[in-house]
Design a protein around this ligand. Structure first.
Ligand code: DGL
Length: 286
């Protein structure tokens, strides 16, 4: 459906269960600084990665409704878990009923598209939350896009809590980081590219590099999501025209604003203002 260009321009929404989506936002705003962005972290209910399909869908729907109420025409689900579990359902069932002009974009397809150009020998690994890995969406996208690649995956359920609790650079993190990297290399010892399929994981990059051979490249998604969004805007001038461009950024969380402000600076390397909001519980999908 063509987008009605008489719609009021609004900021681009960026959503994650917590802080992880900030690794995506920082790349997006660097590449496209002219746009306005609203970030929401559902920190009060993170992590999403060990939650059920219905719960992840309900939480994501509540967040998307909130973004639309703020005037966003386009929302990036900057969370692999919500992209894997909720995006398709919301795009197909929810969006057409509420406002067919609005758009939701996820992070898995753009990452899967980028993978082919990154691996030299075609042996690729993806690390993610339990929900993302169990969804097999990376496999599905890769089979469609690059059937010649061998994809091996591994769920790392402790990694998001390590990041959310600011333990990512502490000695305690080493055990869990090493454990999953050892496992994935046992599954395929020819892997030359590891995709961090969770937006929290780039914070663990330094430790990850300690436990893999030098010839393996570790890929964070942010750069690819930003490039893909830029390409999307070029291909969809009707959407570009309803995304406001005053270089404004607003940050919201469902948990403590003070805590978010402190931790977010580690991700963004800048000081920000944060507001706490509540997400409704009465919007469940039927
Ligand atoms: N950043 C989310 C992702 O990319 C983390 C999910 C979680 O809350 O467990 O999957």
């Amino acid at each position: 459906m063509a987008i009605n260009t008489n719609l009021k321009p609004g900021p681009i929404g960026v959503f994650d269960s917590g802080y992880g989506g900030l690794t995506i936002l920082s790349e997006i705003k660097e590449l496209m600084p002219q746009y306005d962005y609203i970030y929401l972290g559902d920190n009060a209910r993170a992590p999403y990665g060990n939650k059920s399909y219905d719960l992840i869908c309900d939480f994501t729907l509540q967040a998307v409704k909130w973004f639309f109420a703020q005037g966003c025409q386009l929302v990036i689900i900057a969370c692999n878990t919500a992209s894997a579990k909720a995006l398709r359902r919301l795009q197909q069932q929810y969006l057409p009923t509420i406002d067919p002009h609005k758009r939701l974009l996820g992070v898995i397809r753009p990452t899967a598209i980028a993978i082919a150009s990154l691996s030299k020998n075609g042996h690729v690994a993806v690390l993610g939350t339990e929900a993302t890995i169990k969804s097999k969406l990376y496999e599905e996208e890769m089979n469609n896009l690059h059937p010649h690649l061998k994809l091996t995956s591994e769920a790392c359920p402790m990694w998001v809590p390590l990041v959310e609790n600011l333990e990512y650079d502490k000695p305690g993190a080493d055990y869990f980081v090493k454990q999953h990297l050892t496992k994935i290399l046992e599954k395929d010892n020819k892997i030359d590219t590891i995709i961090l399929g969770c937006t929290h994981y780039p914070l663990l990059l330094k430790k990850i590099k300690q436990y893999i051979p030098d010839n393996i490249t570790v890929i964070s998604q942010g750069k690819y999501i930003a490039e893909s969004l830029k390409d999307y805007m070029n291909r969809h001038p009707e959407m570009d025209s309803i995304c406001s461009k005053n270089g404004k950024r607003l940050y919201y969380t469902t948990d403590s604003a003070e805590k978010f402000k402190d931790i977010a600076s580690a991700f963004l390397k800048e000081t920000i203002e944060v507001e706490k909001i509540k997400l409704g519980k009465d919007d469940e999908l039927v």
